[in-house]
Write a protein that binds this ligand. Structure first.
Ligand SMILES: CC(C)(COP(=O)(O)OP(=O)(O)OC[C@H]1O[C@@H](n2cnc3c(N)ncnc32)[C@H](O)[C@@H]1OP(=O)(O)O)[C@@H](O)C(=O)NCCC(=O)NCCS
Length: 159
């Protein structure tokens, strides 16, 4: 796969290939987050001011994937990956790795020391191949991130 371009857009129409192509990978209950990101649904007040950005990955004009970053807390050293997926037709061609490199760069630019993700078992090996390790949270970390302990596994990588 040629080098991807990343596009930061809030045009919901451009997300349509993602919402249809990744149905099944992203549970539909997460779709309102895209609507919020695009300004169609109001943002939850408790999230105001936190870092939250989503990018579409394109290759020769086609949308090939999506990646997003957010911070669980306003002041933190961990950037979390969210809404991350390559469209099925483009998987295994390095799209995921290129999006990850982009997200790591962004996380570093924003002063973070770690990048982390909640995930299911499915992409776990992919994360390990790409330098992540399991994050066994201690009690203080569990307390700090208590609102966010939703996923099956937590993986983390030092930046
Ligand atoms: C995880 C994901 C983003 C990886 O993207 P990708 O473009 O397929 O990955 P890359 O092309 O960069 O990497 C390909 C390599 O990873 C391997 N790989 C891809 N998906 C994998 C998976 N789920 N488990 C283990 N290995 C995987 C491929 O076999 C290939 O290995 P190789 O280089 O030895 O041939 C993609 O599989 C995806 O969108 N999955 C569904 C959504 C998802 O799980 N997102 C993460 C939510 S936290």
């Amino acid at each position: 796969m040629a080098k991807i371009q990343v596009v930061n857009t809030k045009d919901i129409h451009r997300f349509v290939p993602i919402l249809t192509g990744l149905e099944g990978d992203f549970q539909t209950e997460h779709y309102p987050y895209f609507l919020t990101y695009c300004g169609i649904l109001p943002e939850d007040k408790k999230d105001a001011g936190k870092y939250w950005k989503v990018w579409l990955a394109t290759s020769t004009g086609r949308i090939v994937g999506v990646c997003g970053l957010y911070q669980a807390k306003r002041v933190d050293e961990v950037m979390w990956i969210g809404y991350f997926g390559a469209l099925p037709d483009y998987r295994g061609t390095g799209v995921g790795a290129q999006m990850l490199a982009f997200m790591e760069q962004k996380a570093k630019e924003n002063g973070n020391k770690k990048i982390a993700a909640y995930c299911t078992k499915e992409p776990l090996e992919w994360y390990f191949k790409n330098g992540f390790r399991p994050w066994e949270m201690n009690d203080a970390e569990k307390l700090y991130y208590e609102d966010y302990l939703g996923g099956d596994f937590i993986v983390v990588k030092n930046l």
